[in-house]
Design a protein. Structure first.
Length: 358
């Protein structure tokens, strides 16, 4: 590990020297690549530098303790020694986590698909609430959301909604949200006051650029039709809506939120490219069983990951056995505690796997 850390310090110094060269600023692609590499290596270098400073503090304190006879000074040195040793342990753990292989998709924007499952109108209403939960969370992170397609049920629920979240590191935080979300509550339409269980599915997909996934347009069939549902002037009076069919897979995507047929076509292609890229990622997960077991629920979309129990005001994430009694704030987008616990659990499992392999 320490050889790798020394190599990182050397590489970071090379990057900083190169960034100081006047010619680099004229090469935008090169400049951006170096800046990205620097931002990835800097936190590791900072932690390792602090680690080395703490090791020096330990050595210095031990040496001074051997020479010092004044009891008050000895106490101060012992305290300094104890603090440095404690910090070394913390930094060793931090460095192990920082050196874990990075998911190449972590910095990407995400496309989110939410579909109503079992439960009819109640599931559709819950899908709309989960959509709003993610939008509010995105706002708290200063991320931007963009609606891609929406299929409503007429009473405020969403049969299906697809939207994009644009923001640095969006996938790294939201990738654990894929799976079946279950709600337990008394529906407004239920006169008997009985608790119903409904489900929705959430799919979190990294936005795929053309460099990630090459889409053959010859495999695509486009149809245009008149948009339906709520819309402004022109939306319901022109053939602006687009239906895209991917012939090899049978995937069908409809986009009608924009007045422009061209914009709807671009959105549909964006969703299709990301969905096909995500399917490729899922295949890799399936092919690497061990890799999938070393992650917290980023593979199986049929996995029941979370229950939202309204009568008891609690949310339970079944993968990490986490229960929080703050359902109202979670539904208002306060999901950071859940995400932090999922990331920590995933890191712990991956670290354990590396230690077994070592």
């Amino acid at each position: 590990m320490f050889d790798k850390l020394e190599d990182i310090l050397v590489r970071l110094e090379e990057i900083l020297n190169e960034l100081n060269e006047p010619t680099v600023a004229n090469d935008t692609a090169r400049f951006q690549k170096l800046m990205k590499e620097q931002s990835e290596l800097q936190p590791i270098a900072d932690s390792y530098t602090e680690y080395k400073n703490c090791k020096e503090t330990v050595e210095d304190s031990l040496m001074l303790l051997d020479e010092e006879s004044d009891e008050e000074m000895r106490e101060m040195l012992k305290e300094e020694l104890s603090d440095a040793k404690k910090r070394i342990e913390e930094l060793e753990q931090e460095l192990k986590i920082l050196l874990l292989p990075k998911d190449p998709n972590d910095d990407k924007n995400v496309i989110v698909e939410i579909r109503a499952g079992a439960g009819g109108d109640e599931a559709a209403l819950f899908a709309a609430e989960i959509y709003r939960m993610y939008v509010k969370y995105a706002e708290s992170q200063n991320w931007r959301t963009e609606m891609l397609s929406l299929n409503e049920n007429g009473i405020g629920g969403f049969k299906e909604v697809t939207f994009m979240i644009n923001g640095q590191g969006a996938y790294s935080k939201l990738k654990y949200e894929s799976g079946v979300h279950r709600v337990q509550r008394v529906p407004e339409t239920e006169s008997g006051g009985r608790i119903h269980t409904s489900t929705i599915t959430v799919a979190i997909m990294p936005e795929a650029e053309e460099i990630d996934f090459e889409l053959d347009l010859n495999d695509c069939k486009f149809d245009v039709f008149r948009a339906s549902g709520n819309g402004g002037q022109c939306v319901n009076t022109t053939d602006s809506a687009v239906r895209l069919t991917h012939i090899p897979t049978g995937i069908v995507i409809s986009c009608q939120d924009e007045k422009s047929q061209l914009k709807n076509k671009d959105k549909a292609l964006k969703v299709l490219r990301s969905r096909l890229y995500d399917m490729e990622l899922q295949k890799r997960h399936d092919a690497e069983a061990e890799a999938r077991r070393s992650q917290v629920g980023t593979g199986d979309r049929s996995e029941k990951i979370r229950t939202y129990n309204f009568p008891q005001g609690r949310v339970t994430d079944h993968r990490i056995k986490l229960t929080l009694h703050k359902l109202d704030s979670i539904m208002n987008g306060d999901i950071q505690e859940i995400i932090d616990n999922l990331i920590a659990a995933d890191q712990a499992i991956r670290l354990s796997g590396l230690e077994k392999d070592a």
